[in-house]
Design a protein around this ligand. Structure first.
Ligand code: NAP
Length: 253
């Protein structure tokens, strides 16, 4: 069986492609989202209990290969997968979508983490912020008192949150027209995002460019330790070809 560590659009696309090709595939989701979009094939939900437990899970379930297709900011599961696969002797591939690149007309401010993003908001003189960094880590913005936030995430975030905010529960993909209308309706003067990459959530960057708005972009965390040396591809097609080269033993290849 091929295990996909998922929670992304690419992971769902890979599961669909492998399932369609007749390969036994199981997708693993963390269980963070109340109503996840379920991929094709088998699905398991919830943490494994760390790298040693994941290594045991791989052996017990006869996993022949693992594709870590988790989000670029999901550091812990990638580190855990790298350690577990090395321990269990199971091949591991990282599927990671490329990051976004600024284009002419963009006013992007790159920062290393959410704390640095929060510290940049008063420096940029922003008053009305579209905050799209997800539900986790919003405590970093709780002490920003001079700005109002439109916080967009899939499920409600836990406090602490910025004192002046409105929640918008939604999930992509988003359109340029929709993002433009949202920015205009709320008189947004700054967008804050992670460098998630991909098409599903990129329309806000185009809408900000059209309006000359600044965007704070949080850099991807560096992949360190064992996770730093995992072979990586950028496309679902490459990951599919790699995974199909590791068929299960019962297929006799
Ligand atoms: P994380 O910090 O790297 O992981 C925390 C713990 O959650 C891991 O140690 C693991 O628990 C469990 N976990 C994470 N992903 C898992 C998976 N696919 N299957 C089984 N267990 C998983 O991850 P996160 O940033 O909280 O993200 C959680 C999930 O949401 C990921 O699957 C990711 O692809 C998706 N996601 C994340 C973001 C983001 O911005 N971080 C955005 C969109 C989607 P154990 O140690 O107990 O095994």
């Amino acid at each position: 069986m091929i295990l996909i560590l998922g929670g992304t659009a690419e992971a769902r696309a890979l599961a669909a492609a492998l399932d369609a090709a007749g390969a036994p595939v199981t997708s693993s989701l963390a269980g963070r989202v109340a109503r996840p979009r379920l991929p094709a094939g088998a699905v398991r939900i919830g943490g494994f209990g760390g790298p040693d437990a994941l290594a045991r899970w791989l052996a017990e379930h006869g996993v022949r290969a693992v594709v870590d297709a988790t989000h670029p900011f999901a550091e812990r599961i990638s580190a855990s997968a790298a350690r577990a696969c090395a321990q269990a002797g199971v091949p591991l591939l990282r599927l990671e979508r490329p990051g976004w690149r600024a284009r002419p007309g963009d006013h992007w401010h790159w920062v290393d983490d959410l704390d640095a993003a929060a510290a940049s908001i008063p420096r940029l003189g922003a008053r009305r912020v579209l905050l799209t960094t997800g539900r986790q880590g919003l405590a970093a913005f709780a002490s920003v008192r001079d700005a109002w936030f439109l916080i967009r995430c899939v499920d409600p975030p836990a406090p602490p949150l910025p004192p002046r905010h409105e929640l918008l529960l939604d999930r992509g993909p988003y359109t340029l027209a929709g993002e433009g209308a949202l920015i205009d309706a709320h008189q947004i003067d700054l967008v804050v995002t992670k460098d998630s990459g991909g098409d599903h959530t990129a329309a806000k960057l185009d809408a900000a460019r059209e309006r000359g708005l600044p965007v704070i972009v949080v850099r991807r965390p560096p992949r360190v330790g064992a996770a730093g040396s995992v072979p990586t591809v950028a496309t679902v097609a490459e990951a599919q070809a790699w995974a199909l080269a590791h068929p299960p033993a019962e297929r006799g290849v």
